[in-house]
Design a binder for this molecule. Structure first.
Ligand code: ADP
Ligand code: MG
Length: 699
């Protein structure tokens, strides 16, 4: 019954059905059932306007719409109405959808109004209230919470506004029987965790009688969603380990040992040693490695990648290291070549800019097996790149790579898929990592190399400009170097480009040649020019590097101690953290100066304060998740993996952890869920497995 096409639900029909499909992606009865309310209207009482006391509280009111007019213009344009009841008047305001509202609201008619009250200039008002014409239907107080469903203008025009959808949902639920919504969790789990039965939860999520019922229904459905997600991810991981064969790198040989003894310029940190051991164990276990290494900026991931690659070389395999930008790839290439020295390991470079003879030579050496390690950009996954025997692929800063690109790498293995090592400095909140990378094994480098001083982060506004410049001069006089970064959200954005150039010109006036040398790097430059400027800065030939976020990832100039970020309020938290990580790489005390305008939005202020307060990437990631919501965290959009209906990764961390623990325990005891008490789990997993299959293969 749940698979029945939506148009066959009573009162829907072809036209509304079409609109439901197009506007909300609701194709079947089942889809409609899973269209959960986004909030509930507490219809258990009406308030008088006089009762309104507290800002932030939601009130349901009954009154006549007395006035409706647009005021202001441009971005300040808004629609203002006045609601009156026997006790007073209240202002209603809309900033969006004005044209539509003007057409549909009628002055002089009675309405039921619901919304959160705000206090502005000493007067209460409601912005974007829920408006329903007063009818005999809704004049009576309902016993229930009324669900409010997400709808659209187009659907509203077809009578499917929040209220129309509510009626439709009632119709649907009246047709369904418990047999159509079978329980998916074992009884033992329901009772152990006091979860509402599924049939009941699906009723109550739409039509709860009170807050407690609603909470219980939500908790149950959130648990179910997260639990099956974890069950699936853990099962994929388990199967990979038991059945997906991988190359066995038996020995740790000459390359590794000689490098470790003769070339490695420092002692590895305990955390680095641990991660190398974890990788080592994977590489000889016989299954394909899929490991994510998370480590804050500067925690020393490169050398870990190199050690893993040397093990591959010791075992007669080739490896590649893929980086998201040309600059970063170049830097890895130079860095690795230097580190490896005269070990006899042949390292090559490949990117879109490598052309003609050089390209041919590299491709030839890869195909013949002459080249052991190739460092490069996306160019590495092109079809023309053939390996003789690719055994390990390292992906640096993987959030820039989509799932498809990972898949393309897979195909380049010699018979078996190569081992995959993914490195990221973008700390991912634990809850997100469990979901996004739930099928990967993760290693965490939670320790910085010794002697690093925490970066000192300070917040300044334009009026402190002279102090900031004075500080830059001081640092340069001590032989240090400075980054000045400008936002370039869209590389095509004209004003951003003008800002950058204006900033550059101003710096040239304040830091004139020949005493001061300034480099500039931005996305519009030719790669060769960018590279030239980066190198000049890296060699210490220029004092200041003016740049856009192209330097965000991975660039390593230990002598740079000051990072000035202009318009810092325009950057996201994790991006700011990444930028900050460009300094603090040497033994000197480093500084990050966040320049913003005087006035900041609440969110921007919190971002800046978070950064000033802490250097801890994981703490920052959690704040980022809280501020922006999971859909906006880098890496989650293109992956398309997180499409949760009801659970919220930013808020439901506890439910998620519990769900994961329980899933783990169950799978340990019964990997294929064959036990009779796991029958429901197996059935439901199979039912939801269709869509999951697509990406499980890939990751
Ligand atoms: P990230 O994790 O951000 O990629 P890198 O691998 O670029 O960090 O390392 C940052 C810097 O720290 C490099 O200059 C590297 O040589 C140095 N480094 C890495 N590990 C250690 C260590 N154990 N002791 C001292 N310096 C280290
Ligand atoms: Mg790095």
């Amino acid at each position: 019954m749940l698979d029945t096409a939506i148009e066959y639900l009573r009162s829907v029909g072809p036209q509304r059905g079409e609109a439901l499909k197009r506007e909300l992606g609701i194709y079947t009865w089942g889809d409609l059932l899973m269209h959960f309310p986004f909030r509930y209207l507490d219809r258990t009482r009406f308030h008088s306007i006089r009762d309104i006391q507290r800002e932030g509280e939601a009130y349901q009111l009954k009154g006549i719409l007395r006035r409706l007019e647009t005021v202001g213009a441009g971005r300040a344009k808004r629609l203002v109405g006045t609601l009156r009841d026997e006790t007073g008047t209240l202002e209603l305001v809309w900033f969006q959808g004005i044209a539509w509202l003007e057409r549909s609201l009628v002055v002089g008619k009675p309405y039921v109004v619901y919304g959160r009250v705000s206090l502005f200039n000493g007067r209460f008002s409601i912005a974007h209230p829920e408006m329903e014409e007063l009818t005999s239907d809704n004049a009576q107080l309902a016993r229930t919470f009324d669900p409010i469903y997400p709808s659209t203008d187009k659907l509203s025009q077809k009578g499917l506004d929040a209220r129309g959808l509510r009626k439709l949902m009632r119709l649907l639920l009246d047709q369904l029987t418990p047999a159509e919504l079978p329980e998916t969790l074992p009884d033992s789990l329901l009772s152990a965790y006091r979860l509402m039965p599924r049939w009941e939860a699906l009723q109550k999520i739409h039509f709860p009688e009170n807050q407690q019922e609603l909470d219980a229904a939500r908790r149950r459905l959130k648990f179910e969603e997260l639990f099956f997600l974890q069950l699936r991810l853990l099962q994929i991981r388990r199967r990979r380990k038991t059945s997906s064969q991988g190359f066995i790198f038996e020995k740790v040989g000459d390359c590794f040992h000689r490098f470790y003894r003769e070339k490695l310029p420092f002692e590895l940190t305990q955390a680095q040693k641990r991660v190398v051991r974890e990788i080592r164990a994977d590489l000889r276990a016989g299954f394909q490695m899929n490991r994510l290494v998370q480590g804050d900026v500067g925690s020393g991931k490169t050398v870990i990648a190199l050690l893993a690659m040397l093990i591959a070389v010791d075992n007669g395999f080739q490896t590649c290291l893929m980086a998201p930008t040309e600059i970063l790839a170049q830097q890895h290439y130079t860095g690795l070549t230097e580190l490896v020295g005269d070990l006899g390991v042949r390292i090559g470079f490949l990117s879109g800019t490598v052309k003609g003879k050089a390209r041919k030579a590299t491709l030839g050496a890869l195909a013949s097996g002459d080249m052991h390690i190739v460092v490069g950009t996306h160019a590495l996954i092109e079809d023309t790149v053939q390996f003789h025997r690719l055994g390990l692929a390292v992906i640096d800063e993987q959030h820039r790579f989509g799932v498809e690109q990972r898949a393309a790498l897979w195909k380049k293995g010699a018979g078996l898929p190569p081992h995959v090592l993914v490195m990221t400095a973008t700390p991912i909140p634990r809850t997100l990592a469990m979901t996004l990378y739930g099928d990967l094994d993760t290693s965490i480098i939670d320790e910085l190399p010794p002697g690093r001083k925490p970066i000192n982060t300070l917040h300044f506004t334009e009026q402190h400009r002279l102090r900031v410049q004075g500080f830059m001069r001081e640092q340069i006089a001590q032989g240090r170097q400075v980054y000045v970064v400008y936002p370039m959200i869209e590389e095509t954005e004209k004003t951003d480009m003008l800002n950058l150039m204006a900033g550059y010109e101003a710096l040239r006036r304040d830091f004139p040649p020949p005493q001061y040398q300034i480099s500039i790097v931005h996305g519009k430059m030719k790669p060769a020019d960018k590279d030239f400027e980066m190198r000049r800065f890296a060699r210490g030939e220029t004092h200041i590097m003016v740049a856009t976020t192209v330097i965000e990832v991975g660039v390593n100039v230990p002598n740079a101690t000051v990072m000035v970020i202009e318009n810092a309020e325009r950057f996201g938290l994790s991006q700011l953290h990444q930028l900050r990580g460009r300094v603090g790489r040497g033994a000197e005390q480093s500084y990050c100066l966040l320049m913003t305008s005087q006035k900041l939005s609440a969110d921007a202020r919190e971002r800046i304060q978070t950064l000033v307060r802490t250097n801890n990437g994981f703490e920052i990631a959690d704040a980022d998740l809280r501020l922006r919501g999971p859909g906006n965290i880098e890496g989650t959009q293109q992956s398309g993996m997180i499409r949760l209906l009801i659970a919220d990764l930013a808020k439901d961390g506890q439910i998620l952890s519990a769900a994961r623990d329980i899933a783990k325990r169950i799978l340990e005891a019964d990997p294929e869920l064959m036990a009779p008490e796991h029958y429901r789990l197996r059935e439901h997993l199979a039912a939801i497995g269709k869509e999951a299959r697509l990406w499980s293969r890939i990751s």
